[in-house]
Design a protein around this ligand. Structure first.
Ligand code: PLP
Length: 398
């Protein structure tokens, strides 16, 4: 009989020729478990999803309650489904008052697609500006915003009238004009290797968008839901975007995304033509029930409040000359090394020692460290000791 690993390689689509091939049979808190008793601390949070850890009991309870009521009943936007309505209401209560309407999706990329559409229709403009080294998802619209020519050219032609500026470079802001429908930026560039922009830059982007009547769209798909030490990363910059895109961490481990805007902006999809943006499964009631529970956990366990302390602990314990720089904000961190060989060997060693770390799509010379916000001090200590041992073994400074 073929093993699950062999069947994975044979029957499921491969996204690279070097998948991690770690088999998981259970996950709990910060841990993943393999079929032969392997135990891994998940320092990647399933790629910024498991902010409250895997299988949080409150999320499981909410899912079970919803399972006893209904699963899918109809397409999004027709019936009144309490988990959707209440999650949207609770989400808006956490946001400034210019956010008045939530559109629930299945994924991050789908939130990006919807946001681009409402920005174009609301402004009547076509040009969208994104940042070099951005990552906003893999569907064709979202991929059009990827600031990396290798990926764009492989799937060309993509959307027209997309232009790029250099992230965190105020000199490029003159490219935003009264022809620009929207500027789409990650609040912190994730896949570029965790690039935190200057406060003054973000404020200048906001000002330029205001001057030109351009909508400012923030992608908080990685940075959202407490990871950076605020519930939303835009709070660090003293500005408020016009459209906010969320996914990953919002579903407590279930698939869910959202884009949030003023009612006047969101309402453009209602008419001319009606049903301008629809989805069958977006805002699935089980996902929304999980999202409500997850938000309640983030608040009741005061997880956001603990982020800065835990992040400092990581920074203190991860002291090694091979780490050229630790970039990041809160528990969205990046350890800059010198080469992909070092990154690969250290992350392989760490996985063998029971700590799962990874790297970034556009920055393969840096280690990705983004643990669940629930990680304890003892777990941080254990994980950092293993990473430092890995660096000692495989990334001795030249
Ligand atoms: N935006 C950012 C910043 C992301 O990191 C991702 C996924 O990694 C996406 C958008 C796309 O989200 P999804 O994979 O849910 O489509």
């Amino acid at each position: 009989m073929l093993s699950n690993r062999e069947l994975f390689l044979m029957n499921t689509a491969q996204t690279s020729s070097s998948p991690r091939l770690v088999e998981v049979v259970k996950a709990e808190g910060v841990y993943l478990y393999g079929p032969n008793g392997e135990e891994y601390m998940d320092l990647v949070s399933g790629f910024n999803v498991s902010n409250i850890g895997h299988r949080h009991p409150k999320v499981l309870e909410a899912i079970k309650t919803q399972l006893d009521q209904y699963l899918h009943v109809t397409v999004y936007g027709e019936f009144v489904q309490a988990p959707q309505v209440l999650f949207a209401t609770e989400l808006l209560a956490e946001l400034p008052s210019n956010f008045q309407s939530v559109y629930l999706t299945n994924s991050g990329a789908e939130a990006v697609e919807g946001s681009m559409k409402i920005a174009k229709k609301y402004t009547g403009r076509r040009q969208i500006i994104a940042a070099k080294k951005a990552y906003h998802g893999s569907t064709q619209g979202a991929l059009s915003l990827i600031g990396n020519d290798e990926y764009r050219q492989a799937y060309a032609p993509l959307l027209p009238e997309i232009d790029f500026i250099t992230f965190n470079d105020p000199g490029d802001l003159a490219n935003i004009t009264d022809k620009t429908a929207a500027v789409i930026l990650e609040a912190i560039q994730g896949e570029a290797g965790v690039r935190v922009p200057d406060i003054a830059y973000m404020q200048a982007v906001r000002k330029r968008c205001d001057e030109t009547g351009t909508l400012l769209i923030f992608d908080e798909i990685q940075t959202g839901f407490g990871r950076t030490g605020k519930l939303f990363a835009f709070e660090h910059f003293g500005i408020v975007p016009d459209i906010l895109m969320l996914a990953k961490g919002i579903g407590g481990g279930m698939p869910l995304g959202a884009f949030v805007a003023a009612k006047e902006v969101m309402d453009v999809i209602k008419d001319n033509p009606m049903l301008g943006h629809i989805t069958t499964f977006g805002g699935h009631p089980v996902s929304c029930a999980a999202a409500r529970a997850s938000l309640a956990v983030i608040k009741s366990e005061k997880l956001v409040e603990q982020v800065a302390y835990k992040a400092n602990l990581f920074r203190k314990k991860l002291s090694h000359p091979a780490i050229r720089e630790i970039r990041g904000l809160g528990l969205m961190m990046c350890l800059q090394l010198d080469s992909f060989e070092q990154v690969y060997s250290v992350s392989k060693y760490c996985a063998e020692q029971g700590v799962m770390i990874d790297w970034y799509l556009h920055c393969e010379t840096a280690l990705r460290v983004a643990p669940p916000l629930t990680i304890t001090e003892a777990e941080i200590e254990k994980a950092c000791n293993i990473i430092v041992k890995g660096l000692e073994k495989y990334a001795k400074s030249m």
